[in-house]
Design a protein around this ligand. Structure first.
Ligand code: CLF
Ligand code: SF4
Length: 481
């Protein structure tokens, strides 16, 4: 590898000039709106938790990847059933969890059906929470059919984050995804149904933009149906002011009993998913840290604490919401994030931007907080970062089985884990045993043991590899199929 040619400073604006004061102010305002939202900010998801309450049972459309015995698959992991709550029970649950998990910053309503097909329950829940827990951000996810009718109410209630699931902008493609919708007391099918849904989604998106409400769009990637089409979807939503695009893989296990599951429609490989995400990423911000959580999810994204707060348990708990205590916790998170930023700045400062530097993938074991702070054997997933000379960038997570089972490593599980990260140059982990370390060595995957900021260790590792040229040989980096 030849030595890098210095170009413009990494800290200048996209045009190469310093950002104007107005742009900087706008950026700061936007940052403030997302900095504690774990879905809208990749950085925030290391530090802040979200919770969902399942208050919305009905749905007004049919998606071919959904079986209504389970939760809405537009924002939830397919095949999961949540306990339905009344708005009062839901508000009680929020006040309990806001005390027990003070880093919980966002309440989302995402099912189990469509929140706006159940506007009474959805808005009553938000009202109760806003009255009693004013620091909690409110978040809503919808298929968009009824969105234009509710934007005013959403604005009044200070719901600043809305997700619409948009899988198509072409009704002919839509007809392959949605067999029917129910709208204005009538059932529509085929292309007509998809056309109405599409028009309502676009109208809702524009209304959110005009009301200055941040909008994320989820799209389910369905190979052979909308994989090539999602670039058009991406353009249409960007033109209408969407803030973030979350392209999620179709999950279509036959045991979930969905139309796609039963007809053999497959989901995308990781490589196909990354390809589409990368194709769309030049146009607007992409969300890559979504875990397709449950309609009653609780905790950091990637951890699931919902079983600690089932109805039989949380109804016996006293609400412990305390605004002052929560503010202290949030302040300490802000200080910790600033410390991480300074550590990152120290290793990134004055680095020139390098065109076409080689990229490597590293796999990280973490419990959150932006740190490498988890034992290899305790990891349930790896966070995958792509590193080049300019950037340490989170690109995906890969789920794995626990390696440590009662203190003993299981050989078959270990083999699966190895296959999961075989395309990575290194594993960054807090601690690892000799057996997995030896196996990784045979695959050419290095191990870096550290208890430090992910960005810092990844950067130092990359720079070391660079200095050992031509040892950085995994270029361009392939993502495991
Ligand atoms: Fe919930 Fe959705 Fe709000 Fe987040 S989830 S309603 S925006 S608070 Fe987040 Fe979960 Fe992915 Fe959703 S990880 S499924 S994107
Ligand atoms: Fe299922 Fe959600 Fe689609 Fe309704 S909008 S059919 S609940 S995935």
């Amino acid at each position: 590898m030849t030595s890098p040619a210095p170009t413009q400073s990494a800290k200048s604006g996209s045009c190469g000039c310093a950002p104007t004061t107005a742009t900087a102010e706008m950026d700061a305002k936007l940052r403030a709106r997302i900095e504690s939202h774990p879905c809208y900010s990749e950085e925030a998801h290391h530090h802040f938790a979200r919770m969902h309450v399942a208050v919305a049972p009905a749905c007004n459309i049919q998606c071919n990847y959904c079986n209504r015995k389970f939760d809405c698959a537009n924002e939830s992991r397919p095949g999961v059933v949540s306990e339905l709550l009344t708005p009062e029970e839901a508000a009680h649950k929020v006040l309990v969890i806001a005390g027990k998990i003070p880093q919980m910053s966002v309440l989302g309503i995402a099912g189990p059906g469509d929140p706006l097909a159940n506007p009474k329950q959805t808005f009553r829940t938000f009202e109760l929470v806003a009255e009693q827990a004013p620091d909690i951000k409110l978040c809503l996810s919808t298929n968009g059919l009824m969105l234009p009718d509710h934007v005013e109410r959403i604005k009044q209630l200070n719901i600043d984050h809305v997700t619409i699931t948009i899988n198509m902008v072409d009704p002919e493609i839509g007809a392959k995804i949605y067999p029917w919708i129910r709208y204005n007391r009538r059932r529509y099918t085929g292309i007509e149904a998809a056309r109405i849904l599409h028009e309502r989604q676009m109208e809702g998106l524009e209304a959110l933009r005009d009301a200055d409400i941040l909008c994320k769009v989820n799209s389910v990637l369905i190979p052979g149906i909308n994989d090539e089409h999602l670039v058009e979807v991406n353009k249409a939503i960007r033109d209408r002011g969407a803030f973030l695009h979350n392209i999620m893989p179709l999950i279509s296990a036959p045991e979930h009993g969905t139309h796609f599951g039963l007809t053999g429609q497959r989901g995308p490989t990781q490589k196909e998913l990354k390809f589409v995400q990368d194709n769309c990423s030049g146009n607007m911000k992409m969300m890559r840290h979504c875990r397709q959580c449950r309609a009653d999810a609780v905790g950091l994204i990637g951890e699931d604490r919902s079983q600690e707060f089932t109805k039989d348990k949380f109804l016996t708990m006293e609400p412990e919401y305390n605004l002052a205590e929560r503010q202290v916790v949030h302040q300490s998170i802000a200080e910790f994030k600033a410390e991480l930023a300074r550590a990152k700045e120290a290793v990134e400062a004055a680095r020139p931007v390098v065109e076409d530097s080689p990229k490597i993938l590293v796999a990280v074991t973490t419990k959150g907080s932006g740190l490498i702070n988890q034992h290899f054997g305790h990891a349930k997933e790896f966070q995958i970062y792509e590193v080049d000379a300019n950037e340490v960038r989170f690109v995906s997570h890969r789920k794995i089985d626990h390696y440590c089972q009662g203190g003993y490593g299981e050989a078959a599980t270990l083999d699966n884990i190895m296959a999961t990260i075989a395309d990575c140059a290194a594993v960054l982990t807090a601690k690892i045993g000799t057996c997995p370390q030896d196996k990784l060595a045979t695959l050419g995957v290095e191990v870096v043991e550290a208890y430090e900021a992910i960005d810092v260790v990844a950067r130092q590792y990359y720079d070391r590899k660079l200095s050992e040229q031509p040892a950085v040989s995994r270029q361009p980096v392939a993502v495991a199929p």
